[in-house]
Each structure stands twice: as C-alpha cells, then as structure tokens.
Design a protein around this ligand. Structure first.
Ligand code: ZN
Length: 96
C-alpha cells in the first residue's frame, strides 16, 4: 500500500517536489520516497529520487533515466562519455 503525504517533512532534499510513503513488503522495505521534478532531456525522461528507509540504513539517492536506474557515479560517467562522444563526432549527427 502506498500513502501519499500531504505535508512536506523537514528532512526533504531541496529538489523534492513530491514524496510518498511506501509501506509494501517487509518492514525493511518501508521508506519515504522523495522525488524531484521530471525533466525531459533529448527524448529521455530524467528524475532523481531518494529513499529514506524506516530502519537505520543510510538513504539511497538514485537517478532514473527512462527505465534505467543509475547511481550518481554512473550518471557522471555516462555524462562524461556522452560529452566525449559528442565532441568526437562534432556537428555531424543526424539525430536531433
Ligand atoms: Zn520530500
């Protein structure tokens, strides 16, 4: 069961625009999920979210690129690789 909270707790990250409590599964799976605004970039959907677990586990911050989940390190590596590829091909790409 998922419950959407009406008020924003003081622990929200600055980018949080919506959050909900996830109560599914075992007690270890219960968390407050903070979500950033959805951005559309070059035909991809990009969203950041953070899971604040009910237990003492540190929060998980993740980046969704369409249906692919990336860590911050993976997102940086992908961004650098994309920039390098774009620099290598220059202005010759057909796809916009
Ligand atoms: Zn929040």
């Amino acid at each position: 069961m998922t419950i959407t909270e009406d008020r924003q707790p003081t622990t929200c990250p600055a980018w949080c625009v919506q959050h909900e409590r996830v109560e599914d599964g075992t007690p270890e799976d219960r968390a407050l999920v903070h979500r950033a605004a959805l951005r559309e970039v070059a035909r991809y959907e990009l969203r950041v979210h953070r899971l604040d677990w009910d237990d003492d586990e540190p929060p998980w911050t993740e980046i969704m690129l369409d249906d692919t989940l990336l860590s911050a390190a993976n997102a940086r590596a992908l961004g650098e690789a994309l920039i390098a590829a774009a620099d290598a091909v220059g202005g010759g790409a057909r796809i916009t």
